[in-house]
Design a protein around this ligand. Structure first.
Ligand SMILES: *[C@@H]1O[C@H](CO)[C@@H](O)[C@H](O)[C@H]1NC(C)=O
Ligand SMILES: *[C@@H]1O[C@H](CO)[C@@H](O)[C@H](O)[C@H]1NC(C)=O
Ligand SMILES: *[C@@H]1O[C@H](CO)[C@@H](O)[C@H](O)[C@H]1NC(C)=O
Length: 366
């Protein structure tokens, strides 16, 4: 009796405190309440949605480490979302569209699909379409739960879940690739933010209270952009200044939205994560992190400086991959290697880039 008391009321909190002070290595587990995660986004967090939804082939060497086969992820291994799931000791969140995965979506679902943007609104798989899929999924799940299906997420599960959003990069990048000027691209930002706001508010009205919002990365540092854009305005690290500047304007708007949501939706937890700073630091201080060519893709065609050719992209005939992906930040010219994702994940989990500085497991603790 006494030893149990000691264990639960003294040792466990002490252990948690100790573990929390080393956020890079260990984390308190979601032991009382199994974590449920719903994710909305683009290829940065697509764990197989494009392959499942449109049959788009994502060939080897994608997935060559960790999974040892292509899983529909654009990387040689795990994505940031996978590593965040692992930090909670929960399985990877299955793509909603994966009909062969055998997933009962007991720990959530991933609605992210590569290429997705917020606008236009009603094309597959825009953020709005992903939200509509979630609403359908939720209604159907609760119908089955009410009919006696155990093991599915119930109403409480939906309320306590974490709702993650990582989108916006394609809205900006697509605008630039349609030859819109910087001023024209920046003018579109408020309407992108409005789409994200609508999604947060709808999820809140549905009972969701926990939100985890990633801002967008410095896409002006992507080898793909660097190889495709002529007359580049490069910053000291060799990235396209105007692209990164647009990303920062978008991120300011997103940050402001999170502040607004926190005051408007009183009992909601809205965590804003500065992915931009994490990824830009990785490029700027590449050597310090053990990377050699921060602006060159591991897998692609054409060699230095960017090893990217839009006609011979990674996984397609003629493309070649580097031997050691752990020396590269960029996997295929657009997406990151698992080595980069691992550093990004440890920084996200450190809470140093989060506002407020909430630990990732906040929604399933207590
Ligand atoms: C992690 O999960 C596995 C099975 O899902 C379980 O056996 C193991 O005890 C868990 N580890 C921790 C540290 O909670
Ligand atoms: C954008 O401009 C480039 C260079 O002027 C041109 O080659 C390309 O076709 C244009 N793209 C679009 C979508 O108009
Ligand atoms: C590079 O690292 C230094 C030292 O940690 C840091 O002060 C600086 O902000 C980093 N650069 C970028 C662009 O993040």
């Amino acid at each position: 009796m006494h030893s149990h008391f000691f264990f639960f009321f003294f040792l466990v909190p002490l252990l948690c405190l100790l573990l929390l002070s080393f956020p890079h290595t260990v984390h308190c587990q979601c032991s009382k309440r199994p974590p449920v995660i719903f994710n909305f986004g683009d290829s940065n967090s697509d764990t197989g949605g494009l392959a499942a939804g449109l049959g788009f082939p994502i060939n080897s060497p994608n997935g060559r480490i960790f999974f040892h086969r292509s899983t529909g992820r654009f990387s040689d291994g795990r994505l940031l979302i996978d590593l965040l799931c692992q930090s909670l000791n929960t399985s990877f969140v299955s793509p909603y569209l994966d009909s062969l995965g055998g997933s009962k979506f007991t720990n959530g679902a991933n609605f992210a699909v590569a290429g997705s943007a917020t606008l236009p609104k009603f094309v597959p798989f825009s953020l709005t379409i992903q939200l509509m899929q979630f609403l359908h999924y939720k209604a159907r799940t609760l119908e089955l739960v009410n009919a006696g299906s155990g093991n599915l997420i119930n109403d409480e599960g939906f309320q306590n879940a974490l709702y993650m959003i990582d989108i916006g990069q394609n809205d900006l990048a697509d605008s630039f690739s349609k030859n819109l000027t910087y001023v024209q691209v920046v003018k579109r930002i408020p309407s992108i933010i409005t789409e994200i706001k609508n999604v947060i508010k709808t999820l809140y009205n549905q009972g969701g209270r926990n939100f985890w919002i990633h801002n967008t990365g410095p896409f002006g540092c992507l080898p793909q952009k660097l190889s495709l854009v002529q007359n580049k305005d490069l910053d000291p690290y060799g990235c396209i200044s105007s692209y990164n500047s647009a990303a920062r304007v978008f991120n300011e708007g997103l940050h402001h939205l999170c502040v607004e949501m926190r005051s408007e939706l009183k009992d909601a937890n809205v965590v804003y994560v500065d992915i931009y700073s994490i990824k830009y630091d990785l490029i700027a201080n590449a050597t310090k992190y053990g990377f050699s060519s921060p602006l060159m893709a591991c897998c692609g065609f054409g060699g230095p400086p960017y090893n990217y050719n839009i006609k011979v992209t990674c996984g397609n005939p003629g493309s070649q991959a580097c031997d050691d992906g752990s020396k590269f930040i960029s996997w295929d010219g657009i997406h990151h290697t698992e080595a980069a994702n691992t550093i990004i994940a440890s920084k996200v989990l450190s809470t140093a880039y989060s506002t407020p500085r909430t630990t990732f497991d906040f929604f399933c603790r207590s």
